[in-house]
Design a protein around this ligand. Structure first.
Ligand SMILES: NC(=O)c1ccc[n+]([C@@H]2O[C@H](COP(=O)([O-])OP(=O)(O)OC[C@H]3O[C@@H](n4cnc5c(N)ncnc54)[C@H](O)[C@@H]3O)[C@@H](O)[C@H]2O)c1
Length: 363
C-alpha cells in the first residue's frame, strides 16, 4: 500500500518551519505547498525548503493555495487568533487538519469549533504534542500503569525564558493569544488530564505580569500577558494538580519538572535532563531511567523531539484511517482549563467546571 501523503503548511513562521524540518524526517510525508501572508516568512521557509530538499509551491493566502493544490493534510501554524477561521476554511475543502495549539483563543469559539469538528469526517488532530516528548511519554506510561498507586498529587513546573518575538508581535496581547494560560499552558492542562485520565472540577489560580514586556509598546499599547502563575486544579476522582509557571527563569537548570505522587511512591521527569525517577516509599531506594530521543528528532525543533513523534503518529493515522490521539475535545478541554485559570486570576475566585454533561460551559 502506498503510504505517501501530501502536506501543506498554513503559516511558516517559527513553528511552521519546525514542521517543515519534521516532515522531512517522516517517511512518505511530502510537503507540497506553503501559504503565508508575510514575505519574510516565505523567504525563510523557501531557504529552509532548499536545504531540506523540499520543493513546496508558495502562496500568499490559504484560500489561494487550496484553489490550486489539493494536499491530503494541512498543518495550521498561523497565529492563535486565526485558528478558528482557518479551521473553518479548511473544513470547506475536506482536508485532514493538524491544528496547532491552542485550539482557539476563546471558550465560545472552542465550543463551536469542537461541535463543527464532530461532524467532520477527515482526520482532525490538535497539536498538544508535549505528550510525545519521549521522556514525558515514558513518565506518563509509568503513571498510567499504576506504579504510584492512584495519583493524589500531580505537579508541573515550567520555568523558562520570556515569550519570543513573533511576526507582527501578535503574542504580546491576550486578545491574540487567549492569554498565557491558554496560549502555552494548554499543553500542561492536557498533560494533567491525560496523565490522570480524569477531568477537572475546580481551578483556582494566582498570577500576574510582573517582569516581562512592561517596557515594550506596540502602537502605544503595553503588552498585557501574564508571565508567572500558580494554578491549582482539583480532579473529579480526588487527584489534585499544580502548575507553577515562571517566564523569567531562563537560568533554571531544568525547563520542565513534572511529578506524580500516590500511596506507593513518586515518579518524576525532568526536561532537558530526560530522566524518569522512581522514588518508592518502601525504602528500596530511588531508580533512575534515562530516556533517549533520536538526535535528528531533537535537532528538528525546540520541543525535545515531540513535534517529530506527533507528526509520525498523525501520518500513521492519516494513512491507516485510525482516530486522532489528540482530539478536538482535548483541544476544547485544554482551552477551557486555561480560560478558567485566567478567569480565576481576574476575579480572585475559584472556577467550578462540570464536564459530566455536555461539558461546554464554564460555571
Ligand atoms: N505546539 C507548540 O509547542 C508550539 C510552539 C510554538 C508555536 N506554536 C503555535 O504555532 C502557531 C504559530 O506560532 P509561531 O511561533 O510560528 O508564530 P510566528 O509569528 O513565528 O509565525 C506565524 C506565521 O503565520 C503567518 N500568518 C499570519 N496570518 C496568516 C494567514 N492568515 N495565513 C497564512 N499565514 C499567516 C505569519 O506571517 C507568520 O509567518 C501559533 O498558534 C502558536 O501558538 C505551537
Amino acid at each position: 500500500m502506498d503510504r505517501t501523503r501530501t502536506y501543506a503548511i498554513a503559516g511558516c513562521g517559527m513553528m511552521g518551519r519546525e514542521h517543515m524540518r519534521n516532515i522531512a524526517l517522516v517517511p512518505d510525508a511530502r510537503l507540497i505547498a506553503i501559504a503565508d501572508t508575510d514575505a519574510g516568512s516565505r523567504d525563510a521557509a523557501s531557504a529552509l525548503a532548499s536545504a531540506l530538499g523540499q520543493s513546496p509551491a508558495f502562496f500568499t493566502d490559504i484560500a489561494g493555495m487550496l484553489g490550486t493544490v489539493r494536499p491530503d493534510a494541512v498543518i495550521v501554524a498561523a497565529p492563535n487568533y486565526q485558528h478558528f477561521d482557518i479551521a473553518n476554511l479548511l473544513m470547506q475543502h475536506g482536508v485532514a487538519i493538524l491544528l496547532e495549539k491552542p485550539f482557539c483563543t476563546t471558550v465560545d469559539d472552542a465550543v463551536t469549533l469542537a461541535r463543527q469538528m464532530r461532524d467532520y469526517d477527515p482526520l482532525v488532530w490538535v497539536g498538544l504534542e508535549y505528550r510525545y516528548m519521549p521522556p514525558v511519554a515514558r513518565f506518563i506510561e509509568r503513571v498510567q500503569s499504576g506504579e504510584t498507586g492512584a495519583v493524589k498529587m500531580f505537579y508541573i513546573r515550567e520555568h523558562r525564558f520570556p515569550f519570543l518575538e513573533k511576526v507582527g508581535d501578535w503574542n504580546r496581547f491576550n486578545r491574540n493569544t487567549g492569554g498565557t494560560l491558554v496560549e502555552k499552558c494548554c499543553h500542561f492542562f492536557d498533560l494533567m488530564r491525560y496523565s490522570l485520565q480524569d477531568e477537572p472540577v475546580r481551578i483556582f489560580a494566582s498570577g500576574g505580569q510582573d517582569v516581562n514586556h512592561l517596557d515594550e509598546q506596540y502602537n502605544g499599547e503595553t503588552p498585557d500577558i501574564l508571565d508567572n502563575a500558580f494554578v491549582t486544579v482539583d480532579f473529579s476522582h480526588g487527584g489534585r494538580a499544580v502548575l507553577d509557571l515562571c517566564m523569567f527563569a531562563e537560568g533554571a537548570e531544568q525547563q520542565e519538572e513534572i511529578y506524580a505522587v500516590g500511596p506507593i511512591g513518586r515518579l518524576d521527569v525532568t526536561i532537558p535532563a530526560a530522566t524518569v525517577k522512581w522514588s518508592p516509599r518502601d525504602g528500596s531506594g530511588m531508580t533512575i531511567e534515562a530516556v533517549e530521543t533520536p538526535t535528528d528528532a531533537l535537532q528538528a525543533g525546540d520541543h525535545h523531539g515531540a513535534t517529530f513523534f506527533q507528526l509520525q503518529a498523525f501520518h500513521h493515522a492519516l494513512v491507516d484511517g485510525t482516530p486522532p490521539a489528540l482530539t478536538a475535545l482535548d483541544g476544547l478541554r485544554s482551552v477551557q482549563m486555561g480560560a478558567a485559570a485566567q478567569q480565576s486570576i481576574a476575579t480572585g475566585l475559584p472556577v467550578h467546571l462540570d464536564f459530566s454533561q455536555t461539558g461546554e460551559k464554564l460555571a
